[in-house]
Ligand binder design. Structure first.
Ligand SMILES: [Zn+2]
Length: 276
């Protein structure tokens, strides 16, 4: 707590100099890092943009993060403050080490949650920050709303020394990645892996185990990686979520996501194990 981040949807306000330097220092692991949002001993005092925002309906509410609309309108009018720039959080993730961007991503997840819980989902009345715990409470019916986390799996599926990669039908990046999907109520992680792989590419898999996790604030996912093995069936992309799918080795794979994400880390590890 104490560190202030100003976010606008999926963008973070950063010093303009750092924004310019990001491109120049991309991938310089271990070198100097142009922004250090939230890092111990090197925090950047990010200015608040909401000082001129319209007053909230409830003056006792301590909610200070502006809504997406309000920030967007402000940005359209005046842009970022002098010397600052909006940078997509995904660019920050791709460019600087996780220890640097993780606190900002956490702040963004809280901001997303607060924007999404300004009104009670039960009765529609405004909510307010609860003073003694991290929650929003309805001012009329008392319903509590805690920060939401949406667990989602990533499936590292292998067959005959090859890795399953798939191209999302709606993706504009051209990247191929792991099969992914949200865990449904009443489902274990293992069941989710089996269901998502079956639904999206039509094959049956055995789940071998857990590989790691990463919070992902777009808007509130917790990504969980699992190793799996092909059991039966031929790849048959569903055509809805997945346009194409195939088995790949370290030397013949299509474009994969940029660094920073758990999916990239898992893909690198799986391809690395296959030798090359
Ligand atoms: Zn209510």
């Amino acid at each position: 707590m104490g560190q202030c981040y100003t976010v606008r949807g999926a963008e973070l306000l950063v010093p303009a100099a750092a924004f310019a330097a990001l491109g120049a220092t991309a991938g310089a692991a271990g070198g100097s890092v142009p922004i250090s949002v939230g890092a111990a001993g090197g925090s950047v005092p990010i200015p608040s943009l909401d000082s001129s925002a319209a007053p909230l309906a409830d003056p006792e509410d301590s909610f200070v993060l502006p809504s997406r609309d309000r920030v967007a309108r402000q940005a359209a009018d005046s842009g970022a403050p002098e010397g600052w720039d909006w940078l997509p959080m995904r660019s920050v993730i791709r460019t600087v080490p996780e220890v640097i961007w993780a606190p900002a991503a956490k702040a963004m997840a809280f901001a997303n949650w607060r924007v999404a819980t300004r009104f009670c989902g039960v009765c529609g009345s405004p909510t307010r920050d609860k003073s003694d715990e991290l929650a929003r409470q309805c001012t009329a019916c008392g319903q509590l709303f805690f920060p939401r986390i949406s667990p989602a799996i990533l499936a590292v599926v292998r067959k005959d020394g090859k890795l399953l990669l798939a191209k999302n039908a709606r993706s504009t990046t051209g990247f191929w990645s792991l099969i992914a999907g949200f865990v449904e109520p009443g489902e274990t992680f293992e069941e989710c892996v089996k269901r998502e792989v079956m639904e999206e590419v039509g094959i049956e898999v055995e789940v071998d185990g857990y590989l790691g996790s990463q919070p992902w604030p777009f808007p509130d996912q917790l990504m969980l990686g699992f190793a799996a093995r092909w059991k039966s069936g031929e790849l048959k992309p569903d055509g809805d979520e997945i346009a194409e799918a195939g088995w790949f080795g370290p030397t013949n794979h299509p474009p994969i996501p940029g660094p920073g994400s758990l999916s990239r880390r898992l893909i690198d590890a799986a391809l690395g194990e296959m030798g090359g």
